[in-house]
Design a binder for this molecule. Sequence first.
Ligand SMILES: Cc1ncc(COP(=O)(O)O)c(C=O)c1O
Length: 440
Amino acid sequence: MIVMIPFEVYNKVIMTTFQINDTDLREISHSETLLINEAQDKLHDSNHRIYKFGFGQSPFSPPEMAIKSLKQHASEHDYLPVAGHKACREAVAKAHSGYRECISSDDVVIAPGSKMIIYAVMACYKNATVFLPQPSWVSYAPQAKLLNHNVQLIPTNFDAEWKISPETLENVSQNIETNSPLILVLNYPGNPTGMTYTSDELKHIADVARKYNILIISDEIYAWLNHDNQHVSIAQFYPEGTFITTGLSKWCGAGGWRFGTGIFPLNASKEFKITYNGIASETYSTTAAPVQFAARDIYNNMDQLLPFIDAQRKILKGLSQLIVNELKEANVKIHAPNGGFYIFPDFSNYKTKLLNKGIDTAEKLCVELLNKKGVAMLPASAFGFDETHFYSRMCYVDFNGTLAISEYQNGAELNHEFFETHAPSVLGGIRALCDYLTAL
Ligand SMILES: Cc1ncc(COP(=O)(O)O)c(C=O)c1O
């Protein structure tokens, strides 16, 4: 016989027997990029005009052939191997064969997003020191901290295009007091800066990494959105110490499909692979089967997708040039991005005027711009800077990329008028920001 316990009684028992003590919980907050997205949406719902520069999601949808393949494989429901479906790993190895010598399917892992892979690689170490350029993508430091690794920021600055140098890497490496293993996370083209490294720069960084036996997690998720199709992987110069991560989220417009892939260093030890796959099997298990089958088809048909990728590059480059020019005219310090869809403006030329208005942090500047002009962007404090640095990250993605590609492929020229028609929110938001600054 089943005895029904009245809800009030059940609730009382539950409430009195289970409690979480806040001090027992880890200190981790919701990712700042997701938070700004929620703030944007709330204001938007209340009918405010919002210019969305906060969240870095691709403005392009996946190509037709990718969607067709995903639909075709919707009935695939079995768990696939932890490291990933063999045919999918083979396709990834083939599509990335230019990244470094001898990539085989045994070097490849598949996961639900490259974010998960970065975390799992860091988790392979019991205790490591993780070097992060300052600024870096928002999730690296929280991931390292969750794993109790020691985080060491490597300073950069506007004049260095926000890039680390061999000297700064040498400097932090020789000053490490523990003999814990060293990891460097390098992301290029970069989020939040849009900047990338030249072959020469990568080669010299690789020399230092080799000297100090540093594992480089090379986050190349924006590689194929290098605006000039000039991407080079540091694995070319440091194959034995580079773990590459990438996936479908950015160049294929499929962030929500959750497909990431990683490539182990050349001749990675069996133990490293076993450890990684052990972590994968005890956490995410495997990646959704239909997505892996679609990814296999996508990576096996890269020739067919080159025009789609090329159109994205040209559209992103053309739009970024316009917004960078407008910001420069408004006396904002800014570099033209090399790839991806981010810029990292420096508002320090307005510092005195902002301080006079009581705006003494980048965060306050972001709140002011959101409230006064509807411009949503992320302050530099989300990227490891102290709050007095007047930098922010802006994503120029609030436009219908699919329509823009179709018009471009039907012969439209990527001129000023094209972007006024197809990216009015991006250009409008930049103008609203410039209006605010020049009126100070
Ligand atoms: C620099 C960087 N790395 C990794 C990721 C994670 O991508 P994925 O969707 O593959 O987890 C992102 C996503 O925003 C990113 O910007």
